[in-house]
Design a protein around this ligand. Structure first.
Ligand SMILES: Cc1cc2nc3c(=O)[nH]c(=O)nc-3n(C[C@H](O)[C@H](O)[C@H](O)COP(=O)(O)OP(=O)(O)OC[C@H]3O[C@@H](n4cnc5c(N)ncnc54)[C@H](O)[C@@H]3O)c2cc1C
Length: 421
């Protein structure tokens, strides 16, 4: 029988993804005396797999820079523009003198972030799975497969399916998006087939432009320049309250493409849509056969202004609290929650009051909260008004207005975070 250990810490963070690591890194930066009293419990071992397209928006980089971290230290691919399309035509966002989206692999990113946290005095126990969280008046009991831990404060950073939320808020309604992801080579296989054909028969190889003109394939990054990232909202017409994406990425240094489909499930009550079909359709339009690749799925729990985020002594961050409902973007959001939770915890220790009754208000009033509320509204407008003419209107006709609104209300919130903590 396994010998159980009992451990006490001031702060136990459950989950060592971006939200948990950001909470720890912000505690170490803003309340350095607390750093040696923080413990992260992570069920996996780094570098661990996490299904995610790995698109980092500017705000993620801004928050990391403020922590003194430079994400360019790890392998990445930069997309110079982001296209928001409806049926392959729409608007295009570029950022002056820099990339629009940086794409990392989550095994590498989370491993890197964990190493940074450890180098700043944060203890991480890997391979420890939390089974139950029980807040008491003067203590929180954290039961794990390695024994029982006690903490003054617990942070639930254990993602969309996390145990913390299920223990502390078992009856709270949950809004969950369905997401499928596929990794393929960066170019459609038929380009390679053409080369193979040439090798076998000595026939002349048509140029890529001739291939495109023939309608066989449309390798996008040859049309719009290297490494653009695409969101196409055409599946809205078939009751998918979301979009298909197509990003450049790399796996072990090899150029690849990451595809996927996101469905908030906002329209699921009317009719639960098939997700594979629109993804297969988009991939096939660009010369890829979905059946040739491994398809993986994972849910994203999204933010609603009604979501509860704490009980006395326990806070939720990242997907456990709620990611962006509009695009399912959650890395920058997770990093932002970490900054807010660290401030809340630091002040709670100063006051000796761990009720966390105002944490939700702190989140909603912050630049992060404002952007989450905006995206919650946008998601309901864009996905509920699913008429073809409306989608054409917003993505193609009102382009300048939409880009301006996005720039002011949806993007660029990371810079405003420090003044709204
Ligand atoms: C297919 C897909 C594509 C996505 N693409 C993007 C994208 O391009 N850009 C973007 O910004 N966001 C994207 N997201 C969302 C993003 O992945 C999440 O929002 C983000 O990972 C949230 O971070 P987190 O730290 O809250 O949770 P997680 O990253 O899920 O981390 C939770 C951690 O907790 C650990 N854990 C869980 N349970 C326990 C337990 N019981 N005990 C101990 N440890 C536990 C897990 O092992 C994990 O390490 C995508 C999501 C999916 C599913």
């Amino acid at each position: 029988m396994q010998e159980h250990e009992t451990l006490k810490r001031d702060v136990i963070i459950i989950g060592g993804g971006p939200s948990g690591l950001s909470t720890a890194l912000h505690l170490a930066k803003d309340f350095p005396h607390l750093a040696p009293r923080v413990l992260i419990l992570e069920k996996a071992h780094y570098p661990r797999l996490k299904l995610c397209a790995g698109g980092l928006v500017i705000d993620a980089e801004v928050i990391l820079q403020r922590l003194g971290l430079d994400v360019s230290e790890i392998p990445h691919v930069d997309a110079d523009s982001i296209h928001f399309d409806f049926e392959a035509r729409g608007l295009n966002i570029r950022v002056r003198k820099r990339h629009a989206l940086r794409i990392i692999r989550r095994d590498e990113f989370d491993n890197w972030l964990a190493t940074k946290a450890e180098s700043r005095g944060i203890e991480i126990k890997q391979g420890v799975t939390v089974k139950n969280v029980q807040p008491l008046d003067d203590d929180v009991i954290v039961e794990t497969d390695q024994g029982i831990f006690h903490a003054q404060v617990v942070v639930g950073a254990d993602g969309s399916n996390g145990i913390t939320r299920r223990c502390i808020l078992p009856n709270m309604p949950v809004h969950t998006a369905r997401v499928l992801e596929v990794i393929t080579p960066s170019q459609p296989p038929s380009i390679f087939n053409v080369i193979a054909r040439k090798a076998k028969t000595d026939e002349a190889i048509p140029s890529i432009n001739e291939e495109i003109a023939s309608g066989n394939n449309t390798p996008r990054n040859d049309i719009h320049g290297e490494g653009a990232a695409y969101f196409d909202f055409f599946p809205v017409l078939t009751n998918v309250a979301g979009y298909v994406w197509d990003f450049p990425t790399q796996v072990h240094g090899e150029a690849m493409r990451c595809w996927g489909i996101y469905d908030t499930n906002i329209l699921a009550k009317e009719k639960r849509a098939q997700l594979k079909e629109p993804l297969a359709k988009e991939m096939s339009r660009l010369g890829f056969d979905l059946d040739n690749y491994e398809i993986k799925g994972y849910p994203i729990r999204w933010f609603s202004p009604k979501n509860q985020m704490s009980v006395p002594r326990v806070l939720l961050v990242g997907d456990a609290a709620g990611a962006d409902p509009f695009l399912g973007e959650g890395i920058s959001i997770a990093l932002g929650y970490g900054a807010l939770a660290a401030r809340e915890i630091g002040e709670a220790f100063q006051r000796g009051d761990f009720s966390f009754g105002r944490y939700r208000q702190r989140v909603l009033r912050s630049a992060l909260g404002q952007v989450l509320i905006t995206r919650w509204i946008v998601a309901h407008i864009v996905y509920l008004l699913k008429w073809r003419w409306f989608q054409i209107l917003i993505w193609r006709i009102l382009k300048p207005v939409v880009v301006l609104l996005a720039w002011v209300f949806v993007l660029n919130w990371g810079k405003r975070m420090s003044s709204t903590l």
